[in-house]
Design a protein around this ligand. Structure first.
Ligand code: SF4
Length: 336
């Protein structure tokens, strides 16, 4: 039964994200009792009364478990489920108000709902301009609609105040200082690393040790200065012994960075190293495979490249980083 609820909750999560995408500001969702310690969903009623844009990632994650985890848990059951269980799940879903909306895979995309003659806007613009345009790649979740960063009414100071003397994940136990993101709030270029090291932990500033000095040189290699960019980490507290942050630790801290990205709205993000890359882009592809090619993060171009600390250990990789940074420089020039 828990698996059925898991699958149901996965559907509900998709529907809520769809509602937010549509701009819904107030909605109430009634969830059935669900007692599964893995997902820690205890509330029988989830009522979100604030604006959708005010719902923090943490609140969403608290009430709605990660959809991939739920899908994985439900997969073997769904494969084997009988018509009877299918009907049970369907009736549970239909009992929620969200069922009045089409499911994400089946819905007409938001983009094409603003079209005439069933022609996507992109097609009509192409005809009007009579110039070739690139086909928008299709994917199963968004169709021809490309999600972009939400507008943010927050300030960086408000995010810092929200973080406070954070004890949300175990990394707080060994830290000296929380290392907040720093830099130009109007930066076109942002760098995202994994977590602070010893120097950063002592000073409370990201990328100030030997890695930081190398990062400064990387920035200067494309004609910019450190004070012109914005720099942060997925995790703000130093992991003991500089170990890699665990996935739950990264997931706990990452929403603060995402809120900062929504404020700064950089044109390009350079993501440094495997852990930061996999956490930001939510991919399992390794840095050696993905580096050097622009990725998309809600309309922001993301260039994965090696972490400066890795370059200190293996200077022969500097050439690859230089090639990646030339692409960043050229793209920035194009976007001016
Ligand atoms: S790493 Fe982030 S979430 Fe964890 S304690 Fe530090 S500030 Fe809080």
């Amino acid at each position: 039964m828990n698996s059925e609820f898991s699958a149901l909750l996965a559907d509900v999560k998709e529907q809520i994200l769809y509602l937010q995408e549509l701009g819904a500001e107030n909605f109430a969702v009634e969830l059935p009792e669900f007692d599964d310690s893995r997902f820690a969903v205890q509330d029988s009623k989830l009522k979100t009364q604030n604006s959708a844009t005010e719902i923090s990632q943490q609140r969403l994650e608290r009430f709605i478990p990660d959809v991939e985890i739920l899908k994985k848990a439900a997969e073997p059951i769904l494969k084997a489920e009988s018509d009877e269980t299918k009907n049970t799940r369907r009736s549970l879903l239909e009992s929620t108000k969200l069922s009045r909306l089409p499911s994400l895979p089946k819905r007409t995309s938001t983009f094409s709902s603003f079209t005439n003659n069933n022609k996507p806007i992109a097609s009509r613009e192409k005809e009007m301009a009579n110039i070739p345009t690139e086909e928008v790649p299709q994917d199963s979740l968004f169709g021809d609609f490309k999600p972009t960063l939400a507008e943010s009414n927050e300030t960086l100071e408000e995010i810092r105040a929200d973080i406070g003397n954070c004890t949300r994940c175990p990394l707080h136990e060994g830290r000296t200082k929380i290392v907040h993101s720093t830099g130009n709030q109007q930066a076109d270029l942002m760098f995202v690393g994994e977590a602070p090291g010893a120097d950063e932990d002592a000073q409370g500033v990201p990328f100030v040790g030997r890695s930081g000095q190398l990062l400064n040189k990387i920035i200067e290699s494309i004609g910019l200065k450190r004070e012109m960019v914005f720099v942060g980490n997925i995790n703000r507290c130093r992991p003991p012994g500089n170990r890699t942050p665990t996935l739950p630790e990264a997931k706990t801290c990452k929403p603060f960075l995402l809120r900062e990205i929504a404020i700064v709205r950089p044109k390009i993000i350079v993501v440094l190293g495997n852990t930061a890359c996999q956490n930001l882009l939510e991919t399992k592809v390794g840095i050696t495979k993905i580096r050097g090619e622009f990725q998309d993060y809600f309309g922001v171009k993301v260039m994965p490249t090696f972490h400066p600390a890795y370059l200190l250990r293996d200077p022969s990789k500097k050439r690859e980083v230089w090639e990646d940074m030339k692409k960043v420089r050229d793209e920035l020039n194009k976007l001016q």
